[in-house]
Each structure stands twice: as structure tokens, then as C-alpha cells.
Design a binder for this molecule. Structure first.
Ligand code: ADP
Ligand code: MG
Length: 242
């Protein structure tokens, strides 16, 4: 796999959690590469190590062993501060639980990642509004999370993930709390945006149907990659008809 031009390369990555006397091997010597502009799915049942792998690649959690080279940099060697800057600059996140700040409006939530980029307020507002419009929420910009449906909150979190134009988007079970119709809407939205801007998406799911949107499916079981599969014909837009 060395001849490919990987934007992220993971080698011999392991993670052991210690809980009292017990040691849990959540990831066992995993090696994998991710190319720019592709959609990847980490697929496996609950407890297989998907979130652990995603969190380590995204610099949210430290590994026990192994290396993660991200745009030529060893992120396992970066300081906490260095990692925080790296995340703000290059990464976008979408979580199952949306992770919006409850006291901020939709617009303010989406503006937040731009604060760290040094834009002035009027520019932050302009950019945040434009992404919220793209996700169909231009009429909800003053709503707080509690004043929106789950699907709308996830749209806000998608807008927040994309507002920086990050190179990589990480999504951990992004549709886990949504109904089937909204799930398709969200998947269409995320994947079409990623393809349009040639971004890389790494999405964690236990749902086979979601994995069909990916160019490559990485199967995890008990902390191991048991199989990787190239999907020659990934789903593009699925219209929900029921
Ligand atoms: P998945 O996302 O595939 O459901 P996880 O990566 O969250 O799985 O978990 C993998 C394994 O590691 C599981 O056995 C889980 O219980 C364990 N684990 C995850 N996070 C922690 C933690 N913070 N402390 C202890 N064990 C953990
Ligand atoms: Mg998980």
C-alpha cells in the first residue's frame, strides 16, 4: 500500500483501556491508509473498536502504540495544543448526539469554528449563514438547539463541520438518532458536499445501508480490521419514496 498517496496513514495502531484490574484491547495492531477525496466507512458491530479508531485518527484520543501520519505529520507526537490547532484547521466533526452548544443559536454554533481561524464577526456571520442556507436552514438561524428537530440539529452540526472547508470530515454514527427518511437526507447531504469539494470523509456506522455510500468499506471486529472492500458503485443520491 506504500505507493499510494495517502492523506492519512495508520500503522500498527493499538489501544488498551485500563479499567481497574482489567485491560481492554480496543484496537489491536491496525494498519490502514486513507486517500484524499474518498469516502470511507468503518463498519462493525457495537464494541468492535470503530469509535476508538476514529477518535485516534482525529487526534481526539491518544493511542497506546503505533503511528498516525496525517499530511506528513506524526500526530501521535504532537502536543495537546498542536493537536487542537491541527483539528481546527483541517478537520470537521459530525457526532451522533450533534454536540451543539445549547445556549447558542444555529448561526452562532456554526460561526464558532471560524473564531479560531481569525475571521472578523461580519465575515463569520456571512460564511455561517451561507452554509446554513446550503443545508436548508436559512429560516432557522436564530433558533437554539432545543427549538429544532433532531434532523434540523444534525443539519446545523453538518453546517458547523463544513464551515471551515476542512480537508477531512469525521462522522461517528451521524444518523444514529434519526428516522429513516432523515437518515437518507443527511447521508445525501454529507456525501454530496464531500464529493463536490473533493474532501475526505471517514464515517463510522454499524448500518450496512450507510456503508453503501462509501468508496471503501473497512470491516472491524474485536479491534481488528477483518476485511476492506472497494465499492465500485457507491450510492449517490437516494430518494426516499415510502
Ligand atoms: P464501537 O465504536 O465500535 O462501538 P468502541 O471503539 O467505542 O466501539 O469500543 C471498543 C472497545 O473498547 C469496547 O469493548 C469498549 O467497551 C471499550 N472502550 C471504549 N472506550 C473505552 C473507555 N473510555 N474506557 C474503557 N473501555 C473503553
Ligand atoms: Mg462507537
Amino acid at each position: 500500500m506504500s505507493e499510494k498517496n495517502y492523506i492519512i496513514k495508520v500503522e500498527n495502531l493499538s489501544k488498551i483501556y485500563t479499567m481497574g484490574q482489567e485491560k481492554i484491547l480496543a484496537l489491536d495492531n491496525v494498519s490502514i491508509g486513507f486517500e484524499k477525496g474518498k469516502i470511507y466507512c468503518l463498519l462493525g458491530t457495537s464494541g468492535s473498536g470503530k469509535s476508538t479508531l476514529l477518535n485516534m485518527i482525529a487526534g481526539l484520543e491518544r493511542s497506546t502504540k503505533g503511528s498516525i501520519v496525517f499530511k506528513g505529520k506524526h500526530i501521535e507526537k504532537m502536543s495537546e495544543e498542536g493537536l487542537a490547532i491541527f483539528r481546527q484547521k483541517y478537520l470537521g466533526f459530525v457526532f451522533q448526539s450533534y454536540n451543539l452548544l445549547p445556549t447558542l443559536t444555529a448561526l452562532e454554533n456554526v460561526m464558532l469554528p471560524l473564531v479560531f481561524m481569525g475571521y472578523k464577526k461580519s465575515e463569520r456571520e456571512k460564511r455561517a449563514f451561507s452554509v446554513l442556507k446550503e443545508v436548508g436552514l436559512e429560516k432557522r438561524i436564530k433558533h437554539k438547539p432545543s427549538e429544532m428537530s433532531g434532523g434540523q440539529q444534525q443539519r446545523v452540526s453538518i453546517a458547523r463541520a463544513f464551515v471551515n472547508n476542512p480537508e477531512i470530515i469525521f462522522a461517528d454514527e451521524p444518523t444514529g438518532n434519526l428516522d429513516t427518511k432523515t437518515t437518507y437526507e443527511m447521508m445525501n447531504l454529507i456525501t454530496s458536499k464531500v464529493r463536490e469539494h473533493n474532501q475526505t470523509l471517514i464515517i463510522v456506522t454499524h448500518d450496512l445501508e450507510i456503508s453503501e455510500y462509501a468508496d471503501e468499506i473497512i470491516y472491524l471486529k474485536d479491534g481488528h480490521i477483518i476485511k476492506t472492500e472497494i465499492n465500485e458503485n457507491p450510492k449517490k443520491e437516494v430518494l426516499y419514496t415510502q
